[in-house]
Ligand binder design. Structure first.
Ligand code: UN1
Length: 471
């Protein structure tokens, strides 16, 4: 049975935050289709200006948006503010990306006439957003799609409709109509119906591998439709020789526990060589014991808030217990101080001796540690996953990093930097279960418009040189 209403709750308190009626899929698509031709016909400069006005509208409500993000996701206010900044910055980045990726190009060609490549928008794009960055990540699809001349139906995660609504209001206040930038309220049923609807031209998705695969299957018979998938990771952070143990531990804690581990780019597996194991683990334990977990608005500010809801918290505790009873050794237990709320302490478990580590994305503050002999086994261990979003190497030499870079399968490969916090100016996306191509950040421009080859001459002019009889 599908729901008729979507209700969101504040993870930190359990209180209801938002409630709204589920929208009609046919109506939404019809409205978008009717709005598309006029939007696509506007000059690029007009659409860019409109998106710049959107950035201004977000600036005007930045405090309100940050507070709403904190309420609805539980993330600390300081982190919500960085999300709002990213929403604003996305506009300039996407304008540049669009120009660089799709600017009208003349080609050198052996064909007669002028050969050119020009880009056209696809039409109606469905954007399905995640709850961890309820404004920034969908916005990273919406802005490039609008600039390219598509219209957008945005269905936020059913856990974060309030932020989604405020984001779309900013577009509408900027003069982009609610048919061009459409806020859509719905649950999984509506999501499926939107994706399968004949009237849509593409799906820009950020979320779990499971949901991304389901979307891909739904569109399997429509290879012409755009499917851009940004899914999860089982990301490795590898530590080899380094004298900078405190910095290394800091990078590990940032990678694993920022956003309570609810980032697609979060480090899930700390892979550390024997010689570094004791000093690194001591320092990580030391740092983690100082991590403040708390309500998003608390003073002093917490490092991390709760996870998104009780179901997620239960699942994470269960995963921790599964590791424990299958050969894992607790380095730091996962604690849940209040069974009615989804606050979890950051947990670390050594799974070196587990024969079958589940290769799944555990979306929360749970870090596995795997001890390895040397750098070669570290690389092999890092690649022991079907995912491939992000990977970091800590320590070693430039030669070591070159080897890591060349051999690790991931869309983002870093050296002495965290696995998360990728720049919106860079390509963003993964391999395998992490997604297809580079669907987000800079290269999103590629998905939002298609190149058309065009050979042009101002008058029809042609001769047939061979094979004609004399008349
Ligand atoms: C992350 O690295 O934790 O703009 C998410 C983007 C990316 C998202 C990064 N910077 O799409």
């Amino acid at each position: 049975m599908s729901q008729t209403e979507i209700i969101s709750f504040q993870p930190a308190t359990g209180e209801e935050l938002w409630r709204g009626k589920v929208d009609d899929v046919d109506e939404a698509v019809d409205r978008a289709r009717r709005a598309w031709p006029a939007w696509a016909a506007q000059p690029l400069a007009y659409r860019i200006e409109a998106c710049r006005r959107f950035a201004n509208e977000v600036r005007k409500v930045s405090d309100k948006m940050a507070q709403l993000i904190s309420k609805e996701t539980g993330k600390p206010l300081w982190e919500a503010h960085t999300e709002v900044e990213a929403v604003i910055n996305k506009v300039d980045i996407s304008v540049t990306a669009y120009a660089e990726r799709t600017g009208q190009k003349k080609l050198n060609s052996a064909l007669q006439g002028n050969a050119a490549v020009r880009h056209k928008p696809h039409g109606v794009m469905v954007v399905l957003g995640p709850y961890n960055f309820p404004a920034h990540l969908p916005n990273g699809h919406i802005i490039p799609a609008l600039i390219a001349g598509n219209v957008v139906i945005f269905k936020p995660s059913e856990k974060t409709p309030a932020v989604g609504q405020l984001l779309m209001e900013c577009f509408n206040k900027a003069g982009i109509s609610a048919a061009v930038a459409q806020f859509f309220v719905g649950g999984p049923e509506e999501g499926k119906a939107l994706v399968s609807h004949n009237g849509i031209d593409g799906v820009l998705f950020t979320g779990s591998a499971q949901a991304g695969i389901a979307i891909n299957k739904k569109l399997a018979n429509n290879p012409g439709k755009i499917v851009a998938l940004e899914m999860g990771g089982n990301n490795p952070i590898v530590v080899i020789d380094t004298p900078k143990v405190t910095d290394a531990a800091t990078l590990i804690v940032q990678s694993a526990f920022t956003s309570a581990g609810q980032r697609c780019t979060a480090a899930r597996r700390l892979i550390v060589t024997e010689s570094m194991y004791d000093s690194i683990i001591d320092e990580v334990k030391n740092l983690v014991s100082r991590v403040i977990v708390g309500e998003p608005f608390a003073e002093p500010a917490p490092f991390m808030g709760p996870v998104i809801d009780n179901a997620a918290a239960e699942q994470l505790v269960e995963s921790f217990l599964y590791f424990l009873s299958n050969g894992g050794k607790a380095i730091r237990h996962m604690r849940r101080p209040d069974d009615n709320l989804p606050f979890l302490s950051p947990a670390i478990i050594d799974t070196t001796d587990m024969p079958d580590r589940p290769d799944v994305e555990l979306f929360g503050p749970l870090l596995q540690v795997i001890k390895v002999k040397d750098f070669d086994s570290a690389i092999a261990e890092a690649n022991r996953t079907r995912f491939g979003l992000s990977a970091s190497l800590i320590g070693g030499s430039p030669q070591d990093y070159n080897r890591f870079w060349a051999n690790v399968r991931a869309g983002i490969v870093n050296w002495n930097r965290p696995t998360n916090g990728a720049s919106s100016n860079a390509p963003f996306g993964g391999l395998g279960l992490s997604g297809n191509h580079r669907p987000a950040a800079y290269y999103a421009a590629d998905y939002c418009a298609y190149p058309v080859a065009s050979t042009e001459m101002d008058q029809p002019r042609a001769t047939i040189g061979v094979g004609l009889s004399q008349d």
